[in-house]
Write a protein that binds this ligand. Structure first.
Ligand code: MN
Length: 228
């Protein structure tokens, strides 16, 4: 059977220690998953259950790549995040089995057109234009859990032009990895190849053309991109 047009490529990420690629199915993101970031955005972190949005998988940018400053925005922000890569999916996954679904981890930057996201919030509209635009999902290589285990405590940081802007620890996640996978799988049937951007600590801010962004989750992976 042939397709009537050329089939789209499968988005993918490199895998540490392998020549093979991790194929990406969907990209889910958790909103406000660190108390410090919830507060800087004007929300009470204690009273809000997790919520999710999506990015388009073909918006991935590999580490070392270029992030073209997007159109229609004058306020594009960085959000450094631990990323979970799933080897298995399912529906209503219990927390006790959630880590069995994890292939590995990566570090990503949830690039955000903050001005368009802010307008959408104010008007009760979807966040897609703020979050799912072209090149909005820079992501490092995927590191297999067989190599590093399942991190629960590690420094997460991002520098812009060698100046630290975000600095936290993944032990500050409001909803940890098993809770996030379990909750998300109640809303969507998760699948092999899904990525979950788990939220960002405080310190988000605007980027400019020419900026060098570098970040990491220590013991997991590093990412660097250039804004062009
Ligand atoms: Mn985010």
């Amino acid at each position: 059977m042939n397709f009537v047009i050329d089939a789209p490529e499968i988005p993918s990420l490199p895998v540490r220690g392998s020549n093979d690629l991790f194929p990406v199915h969907r990209i889910y993101c958790v909103g406000r998953n660190y108390a410090s970031h919830a507060r800087e955005m004007g929300h009470d972190p204690d009273r809000e259950p997790p919520f999710f949005f999506q990015k388009n998988p073909d918006t991935l940018v590999p580490s070392g790549g270029r992030f073209p400053y997007p159109d229609k925005s004058n306020d594009v922000h960085h959000e450094i995040e631990l990323v979970v890569a799933l080897a298995k999916g399912g529906k209503d996954i219990p927390e006790s089995r959630a880590l069995d679904c994890v292939y590995g981890y990566a570090v990503g930057i949830d690039m955000t057109r903050r001005d368009l996201q802010g307008q959408a919030k104010k008007m009760g509209r979807p966040w897609d234009v703020g979050k799912a635009f072209d090149h909005a999902a820079p992501c490092s290589e995927v590191v297999p859990a067989t190599a590093i285990g399942h991190p629960t405590s590690a420094r997460i940081w991002l520098e812009v032009n060698s100046e630290v802007r975000q600095d936290g620890d993944i032990n500050q996640l409001i909803w940890n990895i098993p809770e996030t996978i379990s909750c998300l799988s109640g809303l969507f049937t998760l699948a092999p190849g899904d990525l979950i951007y788990t939220g960002t600590p405080a310190g988000v801010g605007a980027v400019q053309r020419g900026d060098q962004l570098k970040g990491a989750v220590e013991g997991v992976a590093e990412i660097s991109i250039t804004v062009v």
